[in-house]
Design a protein around this ligand. Structure first.
Ligand SMILES: NC(=O)c1ccc[n+]([C@@H]2O[C@H](COP(=O)([O-])OP(=O)(O)OC[C@H]3O[C@@H](n4cnc5c(N)ncnc54)[C@H](OP(=O)(O)O)[C@@H]3O)[C@@H](O)[C@H]2O)c1
Length: 352
């Protein structure tokens, strides 16, 4: 098995490269600058191709089984890499957290990917993949579902997000200030008020104030869960922090947290599903090290596409992978997960 890593010299790209090497998977570094690629991983094969040259990109992927795209902001350069992977006939995953980009890939490339026999799974990171899988499992317990709330909680232990994360937030700043999309009655809309104004996170001492946030799961979960309403929320402090990103903030942070800083952090995703009959189920996945987990998830996602196969097309994580099998795999990397059925503590207006 051989995997191409696009944007291999970036902060997360380097972690993905290290994870592939740890797992003994052959890899090729691809990016727009050959010198930066060589500096990032001396001794590993490197190929230069920019996103403005689809033929060169497809050529760089031609002898690989899959592509892991780590080059963000994805709203700027991601589509070109998807197009090239499909043209080369190679499976594709990326680590994007950009909600509108993810929706565009699903909306634009489904037919092309299917025709080419290629599977495309965008948004496989520490948030997008676990939230999609756990939402699927929670929803299944109370189906048919009326409303599903996806919540993300990050404990960063003082470490700032990577510069690339903030640059991508800046490229999508309107989604952070506006709250992003909510799924309601069969479509995604930017103007639906949140049903939830507070939520009890597992690590908290009681309900914490939350607000809408452009989480990936809002655009992926309705592709495999039939629900009237799907929204994404985070603590109000996180909304405020992302809404305040400016070019000066991007320039002020290091390229990413130190290894100790990374490892001290923790991510938690929750999915609370309420059935049409009023029953509720709550799924929680939690793990260490946002960026390290993203590398583990991206590599395993690509590996599973090559080894196990999935239907061709653009798929949500729960459509491409067995949710329980993948979450169990994450427990080998320090994650925990559970789904409980029972009354969920809730604050907010609810569906009318
Ligand atoms: N949970 C999540 O949502 C999550 C978690 C982890 C990462 N991510 C996302 O992953 C992305 C990468 O983050 P990072 O911290 O690794 O960023 P980074 O260190 O800035 O690396 C970005 C990489 O992308 C390449 N790149 C950027 N724009 C490009 C373009 N137009 N054409 C070709 N290459 C381009 C850069 O190449 P050069 O060096 O040549 O500029 C570099 O290799 C971000 O979008 C981030 O939000 C999301």
């Amino acid at each position: 098995m051989k995997i191409a890593v696009y944007g291999a010299n970036g902060y997360t790209g380097r972690l993905v490269v290290a994870e592939l090497a740890r797992r003994g998977i052959d890899l090729v570094l691809v990016g727009r600058d050959i010198e930066r690629l060589r500096k990032a991983a001396a001794g590993t094969e490197a190929r230069a191709a920019g996103v403005d040259d689809t033929a060169a990109l497809a050529g760089a992927f031609h002898d690989c089984d899959a592509v892991i795209n780590c080059a963000g902001p994805f709203s700027v350069s991601g589509e070109a890499v998807v197009r090239a992977a499909i043209r080369a006939g190679r499976h594709y995953v990326d680590i994007s957290g950009e909600q509108l980009y993810l929706k565009r890939i699903h909306d634009t490339f489904a037919q092309e990917a299917t025709n080419a026999g290629v599977t495309v799974v965008p948004g496989v990171n520490d948030d997008g993949l676990p939230s999609d899988l756990i939402a699927h499992l929670a929803a299944r317990r109370v189906s048919p579902v009326a409303e599903l709330v996806i919540a993300l909680d990050l404990a960063r232990s003082g470490a700032a997000p990577s510069r690339g994360t903030l640059r991508s937030a800046l490229a999508n700043i309107g989604t952070f200030t506006g709250g992003g999309l909510t799924y309601r009655d069969g479509d995604w809309r930017p103007d639906v008020p949140a049903l939830r104004t507070s939520i009890a996170f597992p690590a908290g001492t009681g309900p914490a104030p939350v607000a809408r946030f452009p989480l990936p799961g809002v655009v992926t979960v309705p592709r495999h869960v039939s629900a009237r309403h799907v929204e994404g929320v985070v603590r109000t402090e996180l909304v405020a922090a992302f809404s305040a990103v400016t070019p000066e903030v991007v320039d002020s942070v290091p390229d990413g947290p130190s290894e100790d800083g990374r490892r001290a952090g923790r991510w938690t995703v929750m999915a609370e599903a309420t059935g049409q009959d009023g029953r509720s189920a709550r799924g929680v996945v939690s793990g260490p090290d946002t960026y390290g987990s993203t590398a583990v998830i991206a590599v395993e996602s690509a590996r599973r596409l090559v080894a196990g196969g999935a239907e061709p097309g653009v798929l949500a994580p729960a459509q491409a992978y067995d949710p329980i099998g993948f979450l169990d795999f994450l427990t080998e990397h320090g994650a925990t997960w559970a789904v409980e059925v029972g009354p969920a503590p809730r604050t907010g207006p609810g569906l009318t």
